[in-house]
Design a protein around this ligand. Sequence first.
Ligand SMILES: Cc1cc2nc3c(=O)[nH]c(=O)nc-3n(C[C@H](O)[C@H](O)[C@H](O)COP(=O)(O)OP(=O)(O)OC[C@H]3O[C@@H](n4cnc5c(N)ncnc54)[C@H](O)[C@@H]3O)c2cc1C
Length: 292
Amino acid sequence: MTLSLERGVPFSRLTTIGTGGPARALARPRTVPELEEALRLARGEAMDVFVVGLGSNVVAADEGVDALVVRLEGELAVVEARDSLLEAGGGASNAACLHRARAAGLGGFEFACAIPGTAGGGVFMNAGAYGRDWSDVLVRALVVTADGESWMTPAELGLAYRHSELTAEQVVARVEYRLEPRPEAEIRALVADLVERRKDTQPTNRRTFGSVFKNPPGELGAGRMIELCGLKGHRIGGAVISPRHANFIENADGATSADCLALMAEARRRVREQFGVELEREVVFVGGVELP
Ligand SMILES: Cc1cc2nc3c(=O)[nH]c(=O)nc-3n(C[C@H](O)[C@H](O)[C@H](O)COP(=O)(O)OP(=O)(O)OC[C@H]3O[C@@H](n4cnc5c(N)ncnc54)[C@H](O)[C@@H]3O)c2cc1C
């Protein structure tokens, strides 16, 4: 075993919301063989696996998570441009990908400028904004399991609205994005415009986990419905429904995951009563977390 494991690292340090208890073990593989080794170790010890990117769409149990948590680093977080392809490790941040693409004069990834995740998290969630998502730019992803590795296309990954068919044991180790030539200045201007639009409508300098619920079909988004239920600014413990956008929960002051879940349950109940709509969560739960 060349890979060392850290014990008891709290999820509050691994997630953007800053809540959650200790992980049983954390591995930081830097290469595909190290990643395979971690996955085989988990299988050998009958441990669940949970890959964490930037933890920007995750709520973890306050009691802790009985799993091997995997975070991709080193080679598995490197980004390179080759012709019109951007090749990135699954652990590469979207910011690093965008930076590399811009330096290479490649456009098409600007939509991800305000999505604070990684390449692998983007594939798993089929993340998106401004009418585009991962399926628009992804050529293929290298998916690693304890049994080996294979390249998968967006169709094979089953990418749909904030959804993929990936399971927890399938880790995206590398991705290839197809981009298009675009002058650096144009990319900068587009990103600046998108970031400004974001600042006007969403909390950008608060601890959150991004969108709480998926937008249901129809004209009213989840945030608007929660707002019409009068829940903007509603607080439970240290968590508050964002006064800026009601589909965000902010860690206002020492929030726990239980506080966030209680707010989610309240929002879901009120929307069901007022609109007859059952909101479906977008955020990922780990560690036996359930909505009360
Ligand atoms: C302020 C803010 C704004 C946001 N805005 C948007 C937005 O506009 N659009 C949007 O879609 N999302 C948005 N999000 C949510 C989040 O950033 C995205 O879902 C993002 O793609 C998650 O990436 P991550 O690397 O942080 O994954 P995590 O949150 O760490 O994990 C999410 C899921 O992906 C899995 N996963 C992570 N890495 C891998 C991997 N390498 N292989 C396989 N599975 C993996 C995890 O196991 C988990 O199930 C926002 C979040 C915040 C905090």
